[in-house]
Ligand binder design. Structure first.
Ligand SMILES: Cc1cc2nc3c(=O)[nH]c(=O)nc-3n(C[C@H](O)[C@H](O)[C@H](O)COP(=O)(O)OP(=O)(O)OC[C@H]3O[C@@H](n4cnc5c(N)ncnc54)[C@H](O)[C@@H]3O)c2cc1C
Length: 296
C-alpha cells in the first residue's frame, strides 16, 4: 500500500467543533512504514502539515487553508506484549489510529488500570499521545513507555521515555523542531480488579455527563488550567459562562467548553477566545494558555 492522497478535505467535516475551511490535500496511510514517504509527498504538495486524529481538540480557521492534512490511520488493535516491565505491570501496544475509547474499554475488560479516568474522551490514541490527554489524575504521559514516530529529524523510530518529555497537556520530542507523527504506542499498565475499575469509570463518566456538554459540537476545554487555578472558574468570573458571538459561545454547563451552536465560524470562535483571554487577564492578572490547537 502507498500513501493515499486526496484533494481538499473540509475541516468542518473532520473536527468535533464543526469549524474549518478547506485544506489543500489529505495524505492518509495505514501502515507505520508508509510514513517514510511523507517527506517527499509533503514537499510535492506544499503547505504545512496538520496531523489529524479524531479532530476533537482542533479549532480550525475558515476559508482556504494552506495545510495538508496528514491522517495516520494505523489501526493495530491493542495487544498485550510478552515482555513485562515489572512484576506488577503489563505492557500493551496499540496503533495511533485506534479510537481512544476502544483502548480504554479494552483495558477495562483486561483489568488494566491507568487510563480509566479518560473514559468518554473522544479522539484517537495518536491524538491523545500528542496532546498528553488526561482526566481524573490519569494521563497518557504517565503510562507511555515507548512511542513509534516518524519525523524529518528522527525518521521512523521507536523512542523510549528517555527520548521524550511530557507535561500537562504537552508531549515533546527534544530535537524535533517541526512536526512529528505518532504511529504506535506502548503503555505500561497496572493490574487491577476489573469490577473496581469499571465502577470507577462509570462514576467518572456520569460526573462528566453532569458537568460537560459532551453531546454538543465542542473541542473539549479551550484553555489549560493555570497553576493553582481553574480556567472555567476564571472564565465564569469574567462573565464568559454562556457568552455567545454569532453561532459560537462558551457553554452554560462548563464555561471552558466552546460550543458551535450551528452556523458558527472560525473567525467568531477566535474572536471570542481572544476576548475571553483579555477579560481574564484584566480581571485576575492571569494569562490563559490555549489547550485547543488552532489551525493553521
Ligand atoms: C467532549 C470532549 C471532552 C474532552 N475531554 C477531554 C479530557 O478530559 N482530557 C483531555 O485531555 N482532552 C479532552 N478533550 C480533547 C480531546 O478529545 C483530546 O485532546 C484528544 O486526545 C484529542 O485526540 P484527537 O485524535 O481527536 O486529536 P486531534 O484533535 O485530531 O489533534 C489534536 C492535536 O494532536 C495532533 N495529532 C493528532 N494525531 C496525531 C498523531 N498521530 N501524531 C502526531 N500528532 C497528532 C494534532 O495535530 C493536534 O495538534 C475532550 C474533547 C471533547 C470534544
Amino acid at each position: 500500500m502507498a500513501l493515499e492522497i486526496r484533494p481538499g478535505p473540509v475541516l468542518a467535516d473532520r473536527t468535533t467543533l464543526r469549524l474549518g475551511g478547506r485544506a489543500l490535500a489529505e495524505i492518509a496511510f495505514d501502515r507505520p512504514e508508509e510514513a517514510e514517504g511523507l517527506a517527499e509527498a509533503l514537499a510535492g504538495l506544499g503547505g504545512r502539515p496538520l496531523l489529524l486524529g479524531g479532530g476533537s481538540n482542533i479549532l480550525a480557521g475558515d476559508g482556504e487553508l494552506p495545510l495538508v492534512v496528514v491522517s495516520p490511520r494505523v489501526k493495530g488493535e491493542p495487544v498485550i506484549l510478552r515482555q513485562r516491565p515489572a512484576a506488577d505491570r503489563i505492557r500493551v501496544r496499540v496503533g495511533a489510529g485506534v479510537k481512544l475509547q476502544r483502548l480504554v474499554a479494552w483495558l477495562a475488560t483486561q483489568g488494566l488500570s491507568g487510563l480509566g479516568g479518560l473514559v468518554g474522551v473522544p479522539g484517537t490514541v495518536g491524538g491523545a499521545v500528542a496532546g498528553n490527554a488526561g482526566s481524573y489524575g490519569d494521563s497518557l504521559g504517565a503510562v507511555l513507555a515507548r512511542v513509534r514516530v516518524w519525523s524529518p529529524e528522527t525518521g521512523l523510530a521507536w523512542i523510549g521515555r528517555e527520548g521524550f518529555s511530557t507535561a500537562y497537556r504537552r508531549f515533546a520530542l527534544p530535537g524535533v523542531a517541526g512536526f512529528f507523527v505518532v504511529l504506535e504506542a506502548e503503555l505500561d499498565m497496572a493490574v487491577r480488579e476489573p469490577i473496581e475499575l469499571r465502577q470507577e469509570m462509570v462514576r467518572h463518566l456520569s460526573d462528566k455527563k453532569a458537568s460537560q456538554p459532551i453531546t454538543a459540537a465542542t473541542a473539549g476545554c479551550v484553555f489549560k488550567n493555570p497553576p493553582g487555578a481553574s480556567a472555567w472558574r476564571l472564565l465564569a468570573e469574567a462573565g464568559f459562562r454562556g457568552k455567545r458571538l454569532g453561532g459560537v459561545g462558551f457553554s452554560e454547563k462548563h464555561a471552558n467548553f466552546l460550543v458551535n451552536y450551528g452556523g458558527g465560524t472560525g473567525r467568531e470562535a477566535l474572536a471570542l477566545v481572544r476576548a475571553a483571554r483579555e477579560a481574564v487577564r484584566g480581571q485576575s492578572g492571569l494569562e490563559l494558555e490555549l489547550e485547543v490547537r488552532v489551525a493553521p
